[in-house]
Write a protein that binds this ligand. Structure first.
Ligand SMILES: Cc1cc2nc3c(=O)[nH]c(=O)nc-3n(C[C@H](O)[C@H](O)[C@H](O)COP(=O)(O)OP(=O)(O)OC[C@H]3O[C@@H](n4cnc5c(N)ncnc54)[C@H](O)[C@@H]3O)c2cc1C
Length: 470
């Protein structure tokens, strides 16, 4: 059967020839597994690619890139498929699916890991924790390491060890012309700079090498839940404490609606709450003293902060973030002034669905000590990252929910420099890309794009347009 693409028709023989050159497989629209293979985490993006190439290794990626270029196909690159903006799928183009590529080699002596980019954080934590090591990973274990790291990567170790991208020591990249290049401090240093925050603009990254750190296996972590009436005193008290917290402790406040979970009293179910979530990445006994003031910011409905395995903390939130719902995220780096917190609290009162919420991520520590020019993720001087989330199992009225999130973000962003975080951005619009790469950072990214992808083959991302396409 021939396949329609945006640019013409792909004949059977052409696709068969592609497949014959792979160790992996090709999924076509008439294959039984097509619907499963095309699904991404965010159900808001229901696309029908012409082909899904499931790559078994770098050689398959080279082949897929060359095929896409020769057939003039729109290219989507997929690792963990968590892109909020839906960049890891497309209509009538090719999906380069790296999810079968899950190899990792840990060097416990040098404390390094080389990881293939189909891994999720659940996969990588499993491998590194076998040696008592870890690198900053996502708050939800099904998130892919690649998209997460290329955009920055904020997790429970961010204040202790920086972003995931701050810990990348090298990358292997298949470029738009099908070459395989290494990027590190010495080889292709500008590409290395761009990959750490600049997203999937510069090629298909087939492996990432990370610096690892001793973490766990036990940490102190969990959540403390406060009622709406105490939300203001909790968030202002939290703000005062964040100035003096040790780097080992990373926290966030989630303004949300209480789900019907058994550890919550029934009368709380469905009410608005403020949830303080945090982890102390050090000796759990020392962590007790660090988290003690968080327990008395008000009178908790429930206090579930305690010693647990690091892998338990990394999967703690998984049940709340299953695939298949409609999701939109939008974000702003801010300073938590009284006016900023007023805005957050006001929008908490108008969340359009029980699973829509506002998160305040605490930054600072090791994150802030990385010089702004060291990586393409340059926004090191804000103390808080606010993520506004519209999430609903039901597509009805989802546009109105997105409008709520955008409105909230616009107001909250006034309490910062208007900048945003690519990984928490459901939009592809040019102004959001500019907001993620302020000042000279955008121009520097364009120069790297001009070198490695001058025709914009990789454009399904927060796109840095090459200068000839501008
Ligand atoms: C439930 C959930 C929890 C999250 N938690 C966090 C969090 O704690 N902290 C945080 O910082 N972010 C978080 N995010 C945001 C997350 O970092 C981004 O959505 C990220 O893009 C996901 O990466 P992925 O590999 O799973 O996604 P994919 O959808 O597979 O990829 C996203 C994009 O990244 C690029 N890309 C992916 N792999 C490659 C590759 N190998 N080479 C080149 N480009 C590539 C492509 O442009 C692709 O479209 C979360 C998202 C979700 C949905």
């Amino acid at each position: 059967m021939s396949i329609d693409t945006a640019k013409g028709i792909l004949g059977d023989a052409t696709v068969a020839e592609l497949e014959a050159g792979l160790r992996g497989t090709v999924v076509r629209p008439d294959d039984a597994e097509y619907d499963r293979a095309r699904a991404v985490w965010n159900a808001a993006h229901d696309k029908h690619p012409a082909l899904i190439v499931r790559c078994a290794g770098t050689a398959d990626v080279i082949r897929a890139v060359e095929f896409a270029r020769s057939q003039d196909l729109l290219v989507a690159v997929r690792g963990g498929s968590h892109s909020i903006a839906g960049f890891s799928t497309c209509d009538d183009g090719i999906v380069i699916d790296l999810s079968p590529m899950k190899g990792a080699i840990v060097d416990p002596v040098r404390r390094r890991v080389v990881a293939q980019t189909g891994m999720t954080w659940g996969d990588l934590d499993h491998e590194t924790q076998a040696f008592g090591l870890a690198v900053t990973g996502g708050l939800v274990s099904s998130t892919g390491i690649a998209g997460f790291t290329l955009g920055g990567g904020v997790g429970w170790l961010v204040r202790r060890h920086g972003l995931a991208s701050d810990n990348v020591t090298a990358a292997e990249v298949v470029t738009a012309d099908g070459r395989v290049v290494r990027a590190d401090q010495d080889e292709n240093p500008e590409l290395f700079w761009a990959l750490r925050g600049g997203g999937g603009n510069f090629g298909v990254v087939t492996s990432l090498e990370y610096q690892l750190h001793p973490v766990g296996p036990q940490v102190l972590g969990g959540l403390i839940i406060y009622p709406l009436e105490q939300a203001r005193q909790v968030v202002t008290g939290w703000r005062e404490l964040t100035g003096n917290m040790p780097d080992e402790l990373t926290t966030l406040i989630n303004f949300t609606t209480a789900p019907p979970l058994p550890f919550l009293p029934p009368e709380v179910h469905g009410t608005r709450i403020a949830v303080l979530v945090g982890m102390y990445a050090g000796d759990p006994a020392a962590g007790e003293a660090a988290v003690a003031p968080l327990r008395t910011l008000g009178t908790p409905i429930v206090d579930l902060m305690g010693p647990m395995p690091y892998t338990g903390m990394q999967t703690l939130l998984d049940p709340l973030w299953t695939a298949g719902a409609h999701n939109y995220f939008t974000s702003a780096f801010i300073e938590p002034s009284d006016a900023a917190l007023d805005a957050v609290l006001r929008h908490h009162l108008t969340t359009p669905s029980p699973s829509s919420e506002l998160h305040l991520h605490q930054l600072g520590g090791a994150f802030a000590r990385v010089p702004a020019e060291a990586t393409a993720f340059s926004q090191r001087d804000s103390s808080v990252l606010c993520n506004v989330i519209a999430r609903s199992p039901d597509p009805t009225d989802f546009d109105a929910q997105i409008a709520w999130a955008r409105g909230a973000r616009e107001e909250i962003a006034r309490h910062g420099r208007g900048t945003t975080y690519v990984n928490f951005t459901g939009d592809a619009a040019e102004d959001k890309v500019r907001a993620a790469y302020p000042g000279a950072v955008h121009e520097r990214l364009v120069r790297v794009k001009d070198t490695f992808d001058p025709t914009n083959l990789f454009r399904l991302n927060q796109n840095i347009r090459p200068s000839k396409a501008a």
